[in-house]
Design a protein around this ligand. Structure first.
Ligand code: F6P
Length: 567
């Protein structure tokens, strides 16, 4: 664990609690156990360590856990009062204590008809009204009734946003490509590097493009810079247009009406959400507008239904058969007891290729904290590094390290069984690799088996002796397999909600506020200072010699290139 530079006097007591100490004791006894032995001893291990939920199967049998481990992990969850906190979240209590906010992304997909209160006000009518507003708007765009300034229907939608205002809807669009509208393309611009928007706009025409400026705060520098560039591009390209014409091509998604108006978007064209929706949990809100236009409102409702079903599972199942809880506690087992630093998400479904990037933000921005709810220093590791890529590509890139590296990296393998595109043998090849990889990671291959294999291949052992150690696999690398029948909007909703609740449970056990993100503030503030210095060419703030040296180098290279352009 990183040593704390700022030593807070108070320390979080978690590691001295009974449930933690019991797990530590247990860890010492089982840390060397090989999963292969666990499987050999218990032919029912798969049945006992897997759960089905609707069209989804979670197999967590390939983990370095025994019944005792699981019991102790659930004891830890109970000690942390996970169930009580879960109810507080669903009931709209202000569990985001540093910002004094409720955490209610679950209300956005509450399909039960139950009211949800924030400050004694039922938020469900507002949620329903916004969904209805989006239905009307998206259907107009999708049916070609929403006409641009030149009398043409919209063919391209550009979502301008960053972080949660980009990754969620972007990932949903990629994941649900088979459900996409035939004639409308949706694009996402997030990077303030002008190359991103420039490359996008080159292929678009102002008369058929709709911009959605998505920003919870509507103060995010990258988003507003891109939005202003888009507006200029539109005005330059469209020629003489009126305010009404701009309104046909720019809409906003935000919680901040004042800033939306300041930017020049009429609040009539604003889709709202609320401060009790965290940015990285906002894809279910109006932030999903681009995806609604892409897949249609009915499919978006299916997504919400799937998420709601997972919410109900999370709320009502015992901890022992609760998917998000199981995943969360396994993550804690490896992160805090085996000291695993990272965890990989490996989808074997091309349409889920953006899931790792989405979960990076969801998980690391939520639980990348080192101070607990009471402001005390954590003396234990918290959020793991989440990373990943499409599994099949990863096999030919980084899996070497998973199989034979020195680090323990627990993995989530995710696959869907039925695909809309099952060309000849592609599906089976993909599935066989998915299945084989978790098996290989678990089993490994010892010296005897390796020798046997060489012999079978007709290789003389004495000639291969120096190669032998390199061909041995320790195995015992844990993985979860999450298999869905088909990547439908409903299944995707359940999958994403499962991860959200996993993150929640871990935050509760670590006693964190998973719903603020103070850690992103400092960099933003310093960037503002440096921007002044870049624009003015003057040194206005104190920097370390590295930052000052880099700043000077930027200026020098820019000066040189301006001079050479003049010549
Ligand atoms: O800086 C981080 C962050 O605040 C994320 O939490 C958020 O998703 C992103 O920036 C974008 O914020 P906004 O939607 O307010 O533009």
């Amino acid at each position: 664990m990183r040593p704390a530079r700022v030593i807070l006097n108070a320390k979080s007591p978690l590691i001295n609690t009974p449930a933690w100490l019991a797990l530590l004791d247990h860890y010492k006894k089982v840390k060397k156990i090989h999963m292969l032995d666990l499987f050999e001893k218990d032919p029912q291990r798969f049945e006992r360590y897997s759960i089905k939920f609707n069209d989804m199967l979670l197999d967590f049998s390939k983990n370095r856990v025994t019944d005792e481990t699981m019991k102790l992990l659930f004891d830890l969850a109970r000690q942390a009062r996970v169930e009580e906190w879960r109810d507080k979240m669903f009931n709209g209590e202000k569990i985001n204590n540093t910002e004094g906010r409720a955490v209610l992304h679950t209300a956005l997909r509450n399909r039960s008809g139950r009211p949800v209160f924030v400050d004694d006000e039922n938020v469900m009518p507002a949620v329903e009204a916004e969904l209805e507003k989006m239905r009307v708007f998206s259907e107009k765009v999708r049916s070609g009734q929403w006409i641009g300034y030149a009398g043409l229907p919209i063919t391209n939608v550009v979502n301008i946003g960053i972080g949660g205002s980009d990754l969620g809807p972007n990932m949903v669009c990629r994941a649900l490509t088979p459900y996409a509208h035939n004639n409308i393309r949706v694009h996402f611009v997030s990077n303030v590097d002008g190359t991103h928007i420039d490359q996008m706009l080159k292929h678009l025409r102002p008369e058929t493009t709709l911009f959605i400026v998505a920003s919870k705060t509507f103060t995010t520098q990258e988003t507003l810079t891109n939005a202003n560039t888009a507006k200029k591009w539109f005005l330059d390209g469209a020629g003489r247009v009126t305010e009404d014409d701009i309104a046909k091509h720019f809409v906003a998604v935000s919680t901040n009406e004042e800033e939306v108006e300041k930017f020049g978007i009429d609040p009539v064209n604003m889709f709202r959400f609320w401060d009790w929706v965290g940015g990285r949990y906002s894809l279910w809100s109006a932030v999903g507008l681009a995806s609604i236009i892409y897949i249609g409102m009915d499919n978006f409702i299916e997504l919400l239904e799937g998420a709601h079903e997972m919410d109900e599972h999370f709320r009502s199942e015992s901890l022992e058969s609760n998917m998000p809880v199981i995943l969360a506690m396994l993550g804690i087992w490896y992160g805090n007891f085996f000291n695993a630093e990272s965890s990989a998400v490996l989808p074997y479904d091309h349409n889920l290729r953006m899931l790792p990037a989405y979960l990076e933000q969801a998980d690391m921005e939520s639980n990348g904290k080192s101070v607990d709810r009471q402001g005390r220093q954590t003396t234990y590791s918290t959020g793991k590094i989440i990373w990943g890529a499409e599994g099949i590509n990863g096999q030919h890139a980084f899996y070497q390290l998973l199989h034979q590296g020195t680090r323990l990296i627990p993995t989530d393998f995710i696959a869907s069984i039925q695909s809309d595109v099952c060309l000849r043998n592609h599906c089976d090849i993909l599935a066989s690799n998915f299945l084989a990889q978790t098996e290989a990671l678990m089993r490994g291959r010892n010296m005897d088996k390796t020798r046997e294999q060489l012999e079978k291949a007709g290789i003389e052992l004495h000639k291969a002796e120096n190669r032998l150690p390199h061909m041995i696999f320790e195995g015992n690398q844990p993985s979860n397999s999450i298999v869905i029948k088909k990547l439908t909007p409903r299944a995707l909703g359940s999958l994403l909600a499962m991860y959200e609740h996993k993150i929640f449970v871990q935050g509760i056990v670590w006693n964190l506020n998973s719903y603020d993100q103070w850690g992103v503030e400092l960099g933003k503030k310093l960037a503002k200072n440096i921007l002044q210095e870049l624009e003015s060419g003057e040194n206005m703030h104190e920097h370390d010699s590295s930052t000052q040296g880099l700043l000077d180098w930027f200026r020098e290279v820019r000066r040189e290139s301006m001079e050479s352009e003049k010549q």
